[in-house]
Design a protein. Structure first.
Lengths: 282, 300, 410
């Protein structure tokens, strides 16, 4: 273990550590705590200059007001409509591609793999103009499908990288012996590989959910109407309208952050395993 | 000569084609959304085109204009600031990871809470920090005011705005590096550490000679995601300052958006030229990273 | 795309009652950006009234976010044109007119006597000798004032520039910003430039500058900036950190004494607690008495895209929204100013005054980002913002803008 486990240190160090730990955490999350606090302050508190003190009462109605006075309900639904299919399809496609790249040796295997890895790091701006024109030309502009296809395209790269590494680390013997016995490749894929990569699928689901939910650039340039805009693009809009209403912006921020945070806490183990394995975030 | 058995040959053939069938959908997406658009963007950068009317070939004119454009140099400079300061996330993340690599009760929860900022959308991070920096409402001006006697609106100050945004960006990035190092620390060989301890290696020496070499993979990943993240920075600029005040916090990615895709920007050619420059810069780093990964792959 | 169910229901009901196979429903698609509740209500009322007057037409309203709409329009005009789209006249419509994405609507103007009734908006809606849209509302840029602060400082409101600056000095002594603005989103600062430039050099010069006919390094432009520089010390210091509504809040809460903004801000002041007693309003002070007073009042318009599928009914709709009755109704709900001469402005103290100030003005400009092309407007508004923070950089700013002018109007 490094550093030295705290149990093995002097009592004084141990005590200091235990005291400092929560303080460090509070300092680290200070901006977030401030926003959380602001989100439950009645507007009157802010108007009267009570910016940093305790709220005069817990104004949970701010959260209700956000839904009532804005389109955030639509935006939430739009985000779900985009995120869920993006997660499913990009994982599906990457399962196929990752299987191919991990278990077959053919000449261009590595080239394709590293092309996909490189594509993962490309700045979106070099793609933006043509990628935005793509759905315009086929009448998919400003639709959930158009936005989801874009996400699928970019997340599939990351997922493929991830899946390929994961499948490569699986024991090869199972697949080889199945091949020798003449089992079809499709059946090998369905009945041997897919069950084995379940943990990878779980990890990717949380990661991709978080990435797509939090994505902003494509959300802004590929969606426009109230019925397509995801919540990240929508909330920035709101903050423009409510510039002086920090209690509402704060409540909306907390709401926007909630689904990925919830996802993270529910599937923490997978999330972290995923990050460690997959290595890169878009 | 014995005839070659028919069955294996057919099998061989099938094996040759199958990977392509499995790869086809992913490659299709990759071609349509990545490879072809890069080519298209490069060709658009030689045009004068407002996205609506006729396209006019103007050769390198966009690039020449760019070299004369003050905003371009401001963006380049800010990208450099981003890159240099963002790298601080790596040692800071390592430090946090070391701090948290203990087995006190409730440690799991602590680790998750420290990791929190990474899970939150950049949009929300941007809003949180905008609030933090806002004059009148925010904490930051009060803190600055306490020490200097003058409350400063960080995001309205041309020499501070970029630093203010980078600080916001570092928050989730440090959390990210922290988690990479925490997983790295988990897989450290305890015997090596104990052996070093018997040799009386302690503190920094131990870290430098025993721990860090074992954390190499984590450091590499942290470096890749941090460099790429710094150069790709867009969200926070768009949310916190929209490039302002008077364009002083622009970065190349936002500058491109401004010129081609925003309310007042419809010059596709000019924006594409900016994107090509950003792409070229990133290509240098991407190539470096890929070469290293290929070497690793070969030796593995 | 949000379709109003009630509307469809109503339309279906009407067609059943009509009971005739000939009474076939025609669809009219309208794209608008209506974010606020009042704007949405007013637009819904307008659509309901139109459908009541034309039972054979069913309106499909696609609503957008305010900011999103500005880039969305470029795409939907090409990919999926509605029959009617909301937009702005002047240089903001120029790219669409030039690209052939809007149709001229001179016939609508002729048939409805709009050339007389909407006369004030003819210059803005004209391009290449044709009319390209129908206006429905106008917002005057006025100097709003916190009268309580004026009283506390013991100063009187004034139309005279020198006296105004002297007042500012007194207010500054009480630690009050004389003038506030919020330039985080850039545009509010352009109002100050437009009015000072029109007060110093007049409307005609201002338009020449916006159209790229005068260099930014011209001495007359420098004169404008020299006058502006006198005001800068009294402008809210961190204006670049605020949006316009935050600036409005500064006026309502007594941190700032004056704010130059469009009449659309009246409802914001009121919700900030200001009353007819405490909120004052006037035209921007006169700087050079020899220059006739011009004002700024951006117009909003409806347009017919050239890709519209139902142009016949689109023309009906344009005629409908230009009419006095509809302009009265729409602006009553939204507390805005109608363009139609026969329309009744809402019974509102400020709007009535603003209406008179505009009517008696020598000329009315649109707004810098509509009078000048977008590629010029953006860097210019950045320059205005920078100037109000760093007035000593005026030469560098003007030279930079001149370089942009030479590229943009090439």
């Amino acid at each position: 273990m490094f550093p030295t486990p705290i149990e093995r240190t002097q009592p004084r160090t141990r005590f200091a550590y235990k005291v400092f730990l929560p303080i460090a955490l509070i300092l680290w999350l200070l901006p977030l705590l401030g926003v959380a606090l602001t989100s439950v302050k009645p507007a009157a508190d802010l108007d009267s200059g009570n910016y940093f003190g305790a709220p005069s009462r817990i104004a949970i109605e701010n959260y209700w007001l956000v839904f009532k006075n804005s389109n955030i309900g639509y935006y939430f639904w739009n985000s779900i409509k985009v995120t869920v299919p993006s997660v499913l399809v990009s994982i599906g496609l990457s399962l196929l591609a990752g299987f191919a790249l991990a278990t077959y040796s053919f000449r261009s295997n590595l080239i394709i793999f590293f092309m996909i890895v490189a594509g993962n790091y490309v700045p979106y701006q070099i793609l933006a103009i043509p990628v935005r024109d793509l759905p315009i030309n086929i009448n998919l502009y400003d639709t959930t499908l158009g936005l989801a296809l874009t996400h699928i395209a970019f997340q599939t790269g990351f997922c493929t990288l991830f899946m390929r590494n994961f499948i490569k680390a699986l024991p090869n013997a199972l697949i080889e012996s199945a091949r020798v016995e003449g089992v079809s490749e499709w059946r090998i894929f369905c009945y041997i590989v897919v069950p084995l990569v379940r943990p990878a699928i779980a990890a990717l689901s949380v990661l991709i959910f978080t990435f797509v939910w939090n994505e902003y650039f494509w959300a802004t340039i590929m969606s426009q109407s109230v019925d397509v805009r995801p919540v990240t693009a929508g909330i920035n809009e709101l903050s423009g309208e409510w510039k002086a209403r920090w209690e509402l912006i704060s409540a909306a921020s907390i709401l926007t952050a909630a689904p990925p945070v919830l996802m993270f806490f529910l599937m923490q183990k997978h999330f972290i395993a995923g990050l460690a394995l997959g290595a890169t975030k878009g | 000569m014995k005839p070659v058995p028919a069955a294996p040959r057919r099998r061989r053939k099938r094996l040759d084609l199958t990977p392509w069938l499995f790869l086809a959908p992913a490659i299709m997406f990759f071609l349509v959304y990545v490879v072809v658009p890069i080519g298209q963007s490069i060709s658009i950068s030689f045009l004068e085109w407002d996205g609506l009317g006729e396209k006019k070939w103007i050769g390198l004119q966009n690039y020449q204009d760019l070299l004369k454009d003050e905003a371009f140099y401001v963006s380049l400079k800010n990208n450099l600031i981003w890159l240099v300061l963002y790298l601080l996330a790596i040692p800071a993340g390592l430090f946090l990871a070391l701090f948290l690599n203990q087995t006190v009760t409730g440690m799991r929860l602590y680790k998750s809470l420290f990791f929190f900022p990474f899970v939150i959308s950049n949009v929300v991070v941007g809003l949180i920090f905008s609030w933090f920096y806002t004059p009148d409402f925010g904490l930051m001006p009060k803190i600055i005011g306490f020490f200097t006697g003058e409350e400063i609106a960080v995001l309205a100050n041309e020499s501070l705005a970029t630093y203010g945004i980078v600080a916001a960006g570092l928050w989730p990035q440090i959390a990210y590096c922290m988690i990479l190092y925490l997983t790295g620390l988990n897989s450290i060989n305890p015997e090596l550490v104990e052996a070093a301890r018997l040799d009386d290696a302690k503190g920094f020496k131990m870290l430098w000679y025993v721990i860090l070499p074992q954390l190499r993979p984590a450091t590499f990943i942290a470096l890749v995601v941090t460099v790429i993240g710094a150069l790709r920075s867009f969200d926070l600029v768009a949310i916190m300052t929209v490039g302002g005040p008077w364009g002083s916090s622009r970065v190349l990615s936002y500058f491109m958006f401004e010129q081609s895709l925003s309310e007042y920007g419809t010059s596709m050619g000019y924006g594409a030229a900016i994107a090509v420059v950003l792409f070229a810069i990133m290509l240098v780093f991407i190539t470096m990273f890929i070469v290293r990964m290929i070497i690793q792959e070969r030796t593995a | 795309m949000r379709i109003n169910k009630k509307v469809i229901g109503l339309a279906l009901a009407t067609s059943f009652v009509a009971g005739s196979a000939l009474a076939e429903q025609r669809e009219l698609v309208i794209n608008m950006d209506r974010t606020s509740e009042l704007d949405q209500k007013a637009s819904q009322d307008l659509i309901d009234a139109f459908e009541a007057a034309n039972p054979d037409i069913k309106v499909k309203w696609n609503n957008f976010d305010r900011e999103g709409y500005k880039s969305a329009i470029r795409n939907f005009l090409i990919a999926d044109a509605p029959d009617i789209a909301v937009w702005f006249p002047g240089n903001r419509m120029a790219p669409f007119v030039d690209a052939g994405l809007f149709d001229p609507v001179d016939d609508v103007w002729d048939e409805n006597n709009f050339r007389e009734l909407l006369a004030s908006s003819i210059p803005a809606t004209t391009r290449d000798g044709q009319l390209w849209g129908v206006p429905y509302r106008i917002a005057g840029w006025m100097l709003f004032r916190n009268d309580e602060l004026y009283e506390q400082a013991g100063v009187e409101p004034t139309d005279n520039w020198e006296e105004f600056l002297a007042n500012c000095e007194k207010l500054a002594e009480m630690d009050i910003d004389c003038v506030t603005t919020g330039t985080r989103d850039l545009w509010p600062g352009a109002g100050l430039f437009d009015l000072i430039n029109m007060r110093v050099n007049g409307y005609e010069f201002h338009m020449d500058l916006a159209n790229g006919k005068v260099p930014w390094t011209d001495d007359r432009v420098r004169a404008t900036f020299a006058e502006w520089a006198k005001l800068v010390p009294y402008i809210t210091k961190d204006h670049a950190a605020f949006g316009w509504d935050e600036a409005a809040a500064r006026l309502s809460s007594g941190k700032s004494a004056n704010f130059l903004i469009g009449t659309f801000a009246i409802k914001t002041f009121r919700s900030g607690g200001m009353t007819d007693e405490t909120l004052g309003m006037q035209a921007f002070p006169i700087i050079n008495p020899d220059i006739p007073r011009s004002e700024e009042a951006p117009i909003n318009t409806y347009h017919m895209p050239s890709g519209a599928k139902n142009k016949e009914d689109a023309r009906k709709f344009l005629a409908f929204v230009g009419s006095a009755d509809q302009q009265t109704a729409y602006n009553k709900t939204t507390i805005g100013m109608p363009v139609n001469k026969l329309a009744t402005p809402p019974d509102d103290k400020y709007l009535t005054e603003a209406f008179e100030l505009l009517a008696s003005a020598h000329a009315v400009s649109q707004f810098f980002d509509r009078d000048a092309p977008a590629e010029m407007a953006k860097p210019a508004m950045e320059g205005f913002q920078e100037f109000m923070a760093k007035p000593e950089r005026v030469d560098a700013i003007l030279e930079r803008l001149e370089a942009v002018r030479q590229r943009v109007y090439r």
